[in-house]
Design a protein. Structure first.
Length: 274
């Protein structure tokens, strides 16, 4: 017989592992000295160690191995155990493939945004009308995320994409985040869906001429300087704000595409000639 330390070296596993196998009933010592508590193992028990290693290579958990290591085991039980493990692996493969597809989609989106827009760009453009689901409410700007989340959940429940070009319409924007602002949040939809008590389905009107400013901002803080940049440009270019149409802020990256703290957005400010 061999003491646990010697047997650990022979078997290539640690003494801690052998004690764990003992606790689980996978590999009991051949003898335990009553006085010293020393565990002793036989050479034949190396076979059990090798079988455990083989089962691990097949991906079996220690719990799945237990019935296969002791007593008479039918081939039917072994087959059921392996089939169950195969089913688990197939599910893991499917989940891994889904994650790969999600990652590939994110990479394509990042490359598309990088090619299509340049941060800090100011330009003039028109905006086409678009069918949206929206919620409008007077509340502190600090609660904007709650309003967006409510709308996203409703749009998603109707089978529509909920992270596509989320838009904030500032009907009236307070100076402080805790003061009340008149805010409308909108998400483009591909078809008519039912209104709800809170959600309105309507055509968001187009804009004939607007200043577009691509920028990054921290959605968790109210320190975005985009408005200062845009107002300065408008004044210097001889334009003025067209106040009949609210300023819009369009999120160009979805929630899943925010890496770090900054989100890409487009400020759209309706204008006319001063």
């Amino acid at each position: 017989m061999f003491k646990i330390g010697t047997f650990a070296k022979m078997s290539g596993v640690t003494m801690k592992t052998l004690r764990h196998y003992d606790e689980l009933g996978l590999l009991k010592p051949a003898r335990v000295d009553k006085e010293s508590g020393y565990r002793f193992y036989t050479a034949e028990q190396l076979l059990t160690i090798r079988r455990i290693a083989g089962f691990k290579e097949q991906g079996l958990t220690l719990e799945m191995m237990r019935p296969l290591l002791s007593g008479p085991v039918s081939l039917a039980l072994a087959e059921r155990t392996l089939l169950k493990k195969r089913e688990d692996l197939e599910q893991q493969i499917q989940e891994a493939q889904r994650q790969l597809a999600e990652i590939d989609e994110r990479i394509v989106q990042i490359e598309r945004h990088a090619a299509a827009v340049e941060e800090g760009t100011i330009s003039l453009r028109s905006v086409e009308p678009v069918l949206v689901a929206s919620i409008r409410e007077i509340l502190p700007q600090s609660q904007l995320c709650l309003l967006l989340d409510e709308l996203k959940q409703y749009v998603r429940s109707q089978g529509e994409e909920s992270d596509l070009n989320m838009t904030i319409l500032w009907h009236r924007r307070a100076e402080c985040v805790e003061e009340l602002s008149d805010i409308e949040v909108a998400i483009p939809i591909s078809k008519e869906i039912p209104n709800s008590r809170r959600v309105k389905i309507h055509q968001l009107p187009g804009i004939k001429e607007a200043v577009s400013y691509i920028h990054r901002f921290d959605p968790y803080k109210n320190n975005c300087k985009a408005s200062d940049v845009v107002w300065t440009w408008i004044a210097e270019a001889g334009y003025r704000l067209f106040e009949k149409i609210p300023v819009r802020e369009v999120y160009l990256t979805s929630d899943k595409e925010i890496y770090g703290q900054l989100r890409m957005a487009e400020a759209i400010v309706p204008i006319d000639r001063a």
